[in-house]
Design a protein around this ligand. Structure first.
Ligand SMILES: Nc1ncnc2c1ncn2[C@@H]1O[C@H](COP(=O)(O)OP(=O)(O)OP(=O)(O)O)[C@@H](O)[C@H]1O
Ligand SMILES: O=P(O)(O)OC[C@H]1O[C@H](OP(=O)(O)OP(=O)(O)O)[C@H](O)[C@@H]1O
Ligand SMILES: [Mg+2]
Length: 287
């Protein structure tokens, strides 16, 4: 086996596929992923991409067949495989929740005592129930879980929820959240030194891509006298760039602004005297 390349397993087709492919491409790794291909070599980075069922990825990574994998934390935790979670990726956010029929008069988790619960996540469910001292019968099924109560297969379900529309359209209500998940990168515990170095390079690129998404480049004009108060809201990566304008007493200020604080800070900057504000996306941000 070649210890000098990174074999990265991603989901072949499903909820994680598009964002996983996009992330690898945004990291500048080029490869041909023609339809039906289950394995492809990167052309400009020592990596190979494997396209697999997501449930198989933690096992492949534990065995070292794949060195890295992108999966939901829910799948990684449920698999209980001996792998390292090296980075949270910020997409495919969802929760694992318990749902019961809407007409069920549910008060708290003890109402599940002696009930049957259909799920694809028996291990996570069992952990949650035993931490709440509840004994219920876990009925493991591999899909279409939300149908179970309406056909008499189980009293409750434990499945992935995002918008809640699948629960709603199957006559269910969400009563307990047992796990919050997002896509994560997992790594084998048996990487060679070269592979560890390649992983560091890849994580550096991923963090630069994520930082760029979370920040915007901002340019504005302001009276020179307002620079100090505006800078409080725009500290930049080190400090803002200040350039004089052709108009006496005015300058142009360039900085970065965090997406989460954007609207709140824009208002404060305007009140401090900024005008002609331009906000531009950043493609990569090297921290
Ligand atoms: N509705 C959703 N919104 C956001 N993320 C979700 C949603 N449903 C699932 N996920 C996340 O995406 C992962 C993959 O979901 P998907 O439905 O594609 O899995 P799957 O049907 O088991 O796929 P596979 O065929 O590869 O086994 C889940 O494990 C979860 O982390
Ligand atoms: O709360 P919601 O936004 O409705 O999302 C939740 C649903 O999404 C997933 O299924 P998916 O649609 O991926 O289909 P699947 O059953 O083929 O996995 C999950 O298994 C839930 O059924
Ligand atoms: Mg699966």
């Amino acid at each position: 086996m070649n210890d000098n390349i990174l074999r990265i397993a991603i989901q072949k087709s499903g909820r994680l596929s598009e964002d996983s492919l996009k992330l690898i491409k945004e990291c500048g790794i080029r490869f041909d992923n023609g339809a039906g291909k289950l394995k492809t070599d990167a052309t400009n980075f020592p990596a190979q991409i494997l396209f697999l069922r997501d449930d198989d990825i933690p096992g492949y990574v534990e065995d070292g067949v794949a060195h890295l994998g992108i999966v939901g934390e829910n799948v990684s935790e449920e698999s209980n495989r001996n792998v390292d979670t090296v980075h949270k990726l910020g997409f495919s956010k969802c929760r694992l929740s318990i749902g019961v029929l809407r007409e069920h008069d549910y008060n708290n988790v003890t109402d599940l005592e002696g009930k049957s619960i259909a799920t694809t996540y028996p291990r996570l469910l069992e952990k949650y129930l035993s931490s709440n001292n509840v004994k219920a019968q876990i009925h493991e099924i591999s899909g279409s879980v939300e149908i179970a109560p309406s056909i008499g297969l189980a009293d409750a379900v434990c499945d992935i929820v995002s918008s809640g529309s699948t629960l709603l359209s199957n006559g269910l209500k969400e009563v307990e959240t047992i796990f919050r998940s997002e896509a994560v990168m997992i790594a084998s515990k048996h990487l060679s030194d070269v592979q560890k170095d390649l992983l560091d390079q890849l994580l550096f690129r991923i963090k630069s891509v994520q930082a760029a998404k979370n920040n915007k480049y901002i340019l504005l004009n302001c009276p020179t006298s307002a620079v100090e108060s505006i800078t409080k809201f725009l500290p930049g990566m080190r400090a803002p760039t200040i350039l004089p304008l052709a108009t006496e007493g005015w300058c142009s200020l360039h900085s970065v602004i965090n997406e989460n604080e954007f609207w709140e800070n824009i208002e404060k900057i305007r009140q401090a005297g900024a005008e002609g504000i331009l906000v531009i996306p950043i493609e990569k941000m090297i921290l």
